[in-house]
Design a binder for this molecule. Structure first.
Ligand code: HEM
Ligand code: HEM
Ligand SMILES: [Cu+2]
Length: 553
């Protein structure tokens, strides 16, 4: 329970207060909301907050932590965040592969409602994007902001509040779907009370970032921080607007959106696309711009280009959400606007992909020998590939073929498996020895195995669905000589079977890789040799950071 004793007495008191208030809120919902699924969530919040409150109470009067703490960065929340990232990866990818097998064999389920496809699918998407991706972003952002600002986090309580509060949101979301609680907006499924909670957590996160920046000892704000900040700020904006809703009653999980009809659709896809842009892209670019140069031991190829790309994507991404609504009731000009900005967006996107790859010039021998750096290199390649594909699919006539088909799902996973997850695994494998002060990962061979499983899994998954999607699209628009459709819809479903099997197998490879990562994390924490004095990263000042995260021009 070192973690609790390391908090100051004042922080422990405040933590206890927050937990007790939460327990009370949980109790209220549990008791008053009977007959409504919200009561289950009330009970869950009650149990979880008490489970944390007891150990805090037990250590409430421990002595104040040593003043020495100010000589080091505050990394405990990052460590827990890294572990949570792996846990969510294993869980959510397992569910992803289950969902993939359900599309091969729909009977591979328990028969009860919680395990139906419609409930498991959002468990997968929320689990991977918010559970796995979000924890990876939070854990690395705490790490990166301290190093690039050369300052310790301003206090020890708010990072825990952000990390634990955020995971509570993810748990409410995922258990909610299993219970049938959903707002039915893709990627924004959690109901109003979970959304409100996330607003509190997220604003704390933003304030924490700003406070750290304000205290920084490094005059320059390194580019990674711009990307992380855009991620935090824009996600707050999207989340609040898209989730504006009126609950049926304060003791019911159900709510109704403020928007309806085509306005609802456009708000949802403004949110949905920018979730891709700022959650799945800007945040991970922040990660890439810190970890890739450091791991390669080289400064960014062009610092100026990284800034131009930043403002390019920040400005252009905002306008492209309507490419999800081609050929719908949305006015034609709004569709054209979305398509046009999607095309221009390719320029800043490739700016970052090229910048990352050119940074590796002179370090290709390291890419060959070091699977961690190779994860990051492949991530940059897939980032370039996915954005090219996205811009292409945003063209209205191309979208007429691709929309509703598995091509979209293939595009999603080229980005998700190839870019988002690869850069995360690369960043985690770089951070783990630094965080736990180990010489290196316990088994570099296992990192190598993970890399090849991940790469082959992605390739199988994405190739399978490219084929599947184009075949579907073509079958749906093939006519016979006398003008009838050549295939029934069912024909196209039957034609998908081999591709769905391939996808599920590719996903299995990917999942096995993630499990290898979990094992390696455990072995590293438990058994890896401690870093020697010279190799361990010095507190507060740190030679490599200096070299690699300063403007080259
Ligand atoms: C083991 C790895 C994975 C497997 C087997 C897998 C499988 C699946 C399956 C079967 C679907 C449903 C497709 C459908 O409804 O037709 C899906 C959807 C989705 N997955 Fe994954 N997935 C994996 C990893 C990931 C990761 C790491 C991410 C994100 C970081 C991700 C993000 C998504 C998203 C956003 C969707 C919704 C796609 C859409 O609506 O077009 N997945 N996944
Ligand atoms: C320049 C960059 C990009 C553009 C212009 C773009 C464009 C598109 C287009 C046109 C669609 C298909 C919409 C439809 O027919 O329904 C789509 C779907 C999607 N893209 Fe991208 N994309 C880009 C990058 C990415 C990246 C890097 C990811 C990340 C991981 C990603 C994740 C997704 C997801 C999750 C969907 C599925 C949404 C859904 O229907 O559930 N995209 N994108
Ligand atoms: Cu989009």
């Amino acid at each position: 329970m070192d973690v609790i004793s390391n908090l100051t007495m004042d922080e422990r008191r405040r933590a206890l207060l927050i937990l007790l208030v939460m327990a009370l809120v949980g109790l209220t919902f549990a008791a008053a909301g009977h007959g409504d699924p919200i009561a289950v969530h009330g009970a869950l919040v009650l149990v979880l907050s008490l489970a944390l409150a007891f150990p805090v109470m037990g250590h409430l009067y421990d002595p104040e932590p040593s003043i020495e703490r100010f000589n080091a960065y505050y990394d405990d929340p990052s460590k827990v965040g890294v572990i949570l990232t792996f846990v969510w990866a294993a869980f959510a990818m397992f569910v992803g592969d289950w969902v993939a097998w359900l599309m091969v064999e729909p009977t591979w389920t328990t028969g009860s409602a919680w395990s139906s496809f419609g409930r498991l699918r959002p468990v997968h998407t929320t689990g991977v994007i918010f559970g796995f991706g979000g924890n990876g972003l939070i854990a690395t952002s705490f790490y990166v902001m301290q190093r690039t600002c050369r300052v310790r986090l301003p206090d020890q309580l708010s990072p825990w509040f952000v990390l634990i509060g955020y995971n509570l949101f993810c748990i409410l979301a995922v258990t909610g779907y299993l219970l049938g609680i959903t707002q039915s907006k893709e990627y924004a499924e959690p109901e109003w009370y979970a959304d409100l909670w996330l607003v509190i957590v997220w604003v704390t996160y933003f304030v924490l970032y700003m406070r750290t920046l304000a205290r920084r000892e490094e005059p320059h704000i390194y580019v990674a921080n711009w990307y992380y900040m855009a991620f935090i700020l824009v996600v707050a904006m999207l989340h609040i607007v898209n989730n504006l809703a009126v609950p049926v009653s304060f003791l019911s999980a159900k709510s109704h959106s403020l928007f309806s009809g085509v306005q609802d659709a456009l708000t949802e896809w403004w949110y949905g696309h920018n979730a891709v842009a700022f959650f799945l892209t800007a945040g991970f670019l922040g990660m890439m711009y810190y970890y890739l140069p450091i791991r390669a031991g080289r400064p960014i190829f062009s610092y100026r280009l990284s800034i131009i790309s930043f403002w390019g994507i920040t400005f252009m991404y905002m306008w492209v959400g309507s490419h999800h609504l081609h050929h719908t009731a949305l006015p034609q000009w709004v569709q054209t606007l979305g398509m046009t900005f999607s095309l221009v967006l390719l320029v800043p996107s490739w700016g970052s992909a090229a910048n990352a790859l050119l940074t590796l010039n002179g370090a290709w021998h390291k890419v060959r020998d070091d699977a961690t750096l190779r994860f990051m290199m492949i991530a940059a390649v897939f980032y370039g590939l996915t954005t090219f594909e996205g811009s292409f699919m945003a063209i209205r006539s191309v979208n007429a073929l691709s929309h509703y088909t598995d091509w979209t799902v293939g595009h999603v996973h080229a980005g998700a498996l190839g870019w988002v997850a690869m850069i995360t695994f690369g960043a985690l494998y770089a951070s783990i020895p630094w965080l736990w002060k180990r010489e290196r990962m316990y088994s570099p061979a296992l990192v190598e195995v993970h890399f090849w499983l991940a790469l082959s899994g992605t390739a199988v998954y994405v190739f399978a669905l490219w084929n599947a999607g184009i075949i579907q699209g073509l079958m749906w628009r093939t006519y016979t000589e006398n003008g009838n459709l050549a295939y029934t819809f069912l024909d196209s479903v039957v034609a998908m079977r081999p591709y769905y099997i391939a996808r599920a197998l590719g996903g299995l490879l990917y999942l096995l890789g993630a499990l290898a990562g979990c094992l390696n994390l455990y072995l590293t924490i438990r058994f890896a040799a401690p870093a020697t004095e010279a190799a361990s990263r010095k507190p507060l000042r740190d030679g490599l950071d200096d070299a690699a995260t300063q403007p080259a021009e």
